[in-house]
Design a protein around this ligand. Structure first.
Ligand code: HEM
Length: 150
């Protein structure tokens, strides 16, 4: 695969993942808190959102890591900012995998069992971790674009 196609897949995947987290954190979260008072409705809505969004995140993570390492292999020398991007990208991916298999799994079980207390706890963990990944994602775009320009 050429560098240009790899870079396109790399960046479009970043856009989907980081843009999705931005919408969830900055718009959906406060809107849901405003509109829905009852925990069952809130938790079911979040579960429905994550169920549909997370498969796209898996695809984005696979493409970002795949194209990232492929492009790295095409560079004659690997600059420091690319090393930093790779490191931050791997940390973000690990956080997503954790979200998926731990608090998201807990949220699914809690909603199925109508255990709203446990579901609320899981959602709180997901919120914190998605907030962390959103900050890391924005930092990584800065590292990638500003690092390249320097
Ligand atoms: C969520 C994580 C990541 C984000 C947000 C991100 C973001 C970006 C962006 C915006 C660019 C385009 C830079 C430009 O053309 O000015 C880029 C290029 C690149 N990324 Fe990433 N990246 C991430 C993860 C990774 C990973 C994990 C690797 C390596 C394993 C990697 C390796 C590369 C390489 C080699 C380039 C091309 C650099 C160049 O042409 O100088 N990236 N990345």
């Amino acid at each position: 695969m050429t560098m240009t196609i790899s870079l396109f897949l790399h960046v479009i995947s970043d856009v989907v993942w980081i843009g999705g987290m931005f919408l969830a954190y900055m718009a959906v979260r406060p809107a849901v808190a405003e509109a829905l008072d009852a925990p069952p409705q809130r938790l079911k809505l979040w579960l429905g959102i994550f169920r549909r969004f997370f498969p796209w995140v898996w695809l984005a993570v696979a493409l970002i890591l795949g194209t990232g390492f492929a492009m790295m292999g095409m560079l004659a020398t690997v600059p420091a900012y690319v090393m930093a991007m790779a490191l931050i990208g791997i940390v973000m991916s690990a956080i997503f995998v954790y979200i998926y298999f731990v608090p998201f799994a807990q949220l699914r079980r809690a909603v199925a069992a109508e255990d709203w207390k446990s579901g609320g706890g899981a959602l709180g963990t997901i919120r914190t971790l998605v907030g962390t990944n959103l900050v890391l994602g924005v930092v990584n775009v800065a590292v990638a674009v500003l690092g390249r320009g320097m």
